[in-house]
Design a protein around this ligand. Structure first.
Ligand code: ADP
Ligand code: MG
Length: 492
């Protein structure tokens, strides 16, 4: 679906096209698990967040967590997807040490969310739309830990039973760059919606990467599925190396078998894990302990009303309504925290100052925060204080360069700008009396330079500006200084 040059893999027999579909597992942001009241926080002591339901003690019954349902519906709405007002949970039966139930509760036949779509843009600026096949809710498994003991494996059940949304894309992705852009766009959207924190390094988001290759225009080839890839870079690498492997395999006379593979970041290669089971190997059947999930239009409307302004709409508003440059709009909407901060600044200062505010946030504030290593949500400068500072600069009360000084003091002390300006006497001086007096002294002390200037060496004007600003402690209004210098040097 790319509208620009197609990405291909070069082979001995010509060009090959890559076809990719991703199954993204996103851990739902909720205080409790999908079917139990146990806590879900990351990094807790192993096996400290396990209820009797999660440990699958005999006779325990699951109780559906309504918040997880709400988050899945909100996510579906953000993806313009069909919301299924009737869905059902099925048991997917298999044995694994970190799955005490002996089955995973999932939604194979009747997922809560149906078809949708998301717009993506690669770093090179290529735009396309990727279809969403479905989103279903399911339980996560626990974690087996193999590297803590030489001969034994440990099991941590904290993650067992946490709610996952499995977001299945259509096979619409055509290059490593598009795969990366898709995951980045999805992650951004989930973070805006607040349904998943998107922390890939904590495992909150991971992807199964389905890859096949074909000659352009030919039917889809056989796909492999590389499991649990946990960073955008690794997902892109998986697409690249797996497509290369398949092309080399086919051109060498082999055939691609549908199988599950693993990506090894150390060698940037994939290797076979197991051949693909048929769906009925899992003996799926409706979970007899759970009723179907049913809700009405009012519930969906309520979920829709709870959505914030989403990235695409926000970006469009920033450029079209606020007049912010496309580049700054992209930067300011990239992360939900930054967008939230910027919206609060605009609420404080008014839309008329949006361009100035956008420039200030992306340059001055970002720079200052980078220096102290703080994320924007932990900024010592509140949006209200930022708006106040911008108003002081905008009205000419303080100069731009004093503004930088005030920002530094705000970062250090957490104080408001007005208080800092007052306490340190930093108000800009536009009073021509004081400025004229300073200029007169400089003219008197630099007779030689005045003469050269008057003889045509105009570059010296900058010297006089600098001297005047210095004499005024940087607080003089630069416009007034320029104007008075021209007048007084002319008359000298
Ligand atoms: P399974 O449970 O067997 O993995 P799903 O239907 O859940 O099957 O997911 C299939 C995934 O594989 C989807 O993301 C889909 O887009 C992708 N896919 C399907 N056919 C191909 C293909 N020929 N090449 C690449 N990806 C594919
Ligand atoms: Mg799969």
């Amino acid at each position: 679906m790319t509208d620009t040059a197609t990405y291909t893999v070069k082979g001995a027999t010509g060009d090959w096209e890559i076809v990719v579909g991703l199954e993204v597992h996103a851990q739902v942001t909720a205080n409790a698990k999908l079917f139990s009241g146990a806590a879900t926080g990351f990094g807790a002591e192993p096996n400290s967040q396990v209820s009797l339901v999660d440990a699958a003690m005999p006779g325990m019954l699951p109780v559906l967590n309504g918040e997880c349902v709400r988050q899945a519906v909100r996510t579906g709405l953000a993806l313009n997807a069909q919301i299924n007002k009737w869905s059902r949970f099925d048991r997917k039966n298999y044995f694994y040490a970190d799955l005490p139930q002996g089955y995973q509760i999932s939604q194979l036949y009747h997922p809560i969310v149906g078809e949708g779509a998301i717009a993506i843009e690669t770093e090179a600026g290529d735009k396309s739309v990727v279809g969403i096949e479905r989103i279903h809710l399911e339980q996560d498994a626990g974690k087996s830990v193999h590297d803590l003991h030489p001969t034994m494996s440990y099991v941590d059940l904290n993650r067992c039973g946490c709610a996952l949304m499995e977001i299945v894309s259509k096979p619409d992705i055509r290059s490593p760059a598009e795969a990366g852009a898709y995951v980045a766009a999805l992650r951004q959207l989930l973070r805006y919606v607040g349904s998943c924190d998107g922390n890939m390094d904590e495992g909150s988001m991971r992807a199964d990467v389905n890859v096949s290759v074909r000659k352009p225009g030919a039917p889809f080839g056989t796909r492999t599925e590389t499991k649990n890839v946990n960073s955008v870079r690794f997902i892109m690498q998986t697409v690249e190396v797996e497509a290369r492997r398949q092309v080399d395999l086919i051109e060498g006379g082999g055939t691609v078998v549908q199988e599950t593979r693993l990506f090894d970041p150390a060698t940037a290669t994939t290797r076979s894990m197991r051949s693909k089971e048929d769906a009925h190997d899992y003996r799926y059947f409706p979970d007899p302990d759970l009723l179907p999930v049913e809700f009405d239009d009012a519930y969906v409307a309520d979920c829709l009303a709870s959505l914030p302004e989403l990235p695409v709409a926000k970006r469009a508003r920033y450029t079209d309504v606020l007049g912010i440059s496309a580049y700054n709009a992209a930067v300011l909407t990239a992360d939900v925290e930054t967008a939230r901060y910027f919206d609060a600044v605009i609420a404080g200062i008014g839309t008329g100052s949006a361009t100035a505010a956008a420039n200030w946030v992306t340059s001055e504030l970002f720079g200052a925060l980078k220096k102290i290593g703080a994320a924007i949500e932990a900024s010592p400068v509140s949006p209200a204080h930022a708006a106040e500072l911008l108003a002081l600069i905008g009205s000419g009360k303080i100069s731009n360069s004093i503004g930088k000084q005030v920002l530094e003091a705000m970062i250090e002390t957490g104080e408001g700008p007005a208080a800092i300006v007052a306490a340190r006497g930093l108000e800009q001086v536009s009073d021509t009396g004081a400025i004229d007096a300073a200029i007169a002294a400089i003219i008197a002390g630099n007779a030689d330079k005045v003469e050269q200037y008057k003889a045509g060496k105009e570059a010296l004007f900058g010297f006089f500006v600098g001297q005047t600003m210095k004499a005024m402690g940087g607080k003089a209004n630069p416009g007034v200084v320029n104007e008075r210098l021209k007048a007084l040097l002319g008359a000298a």
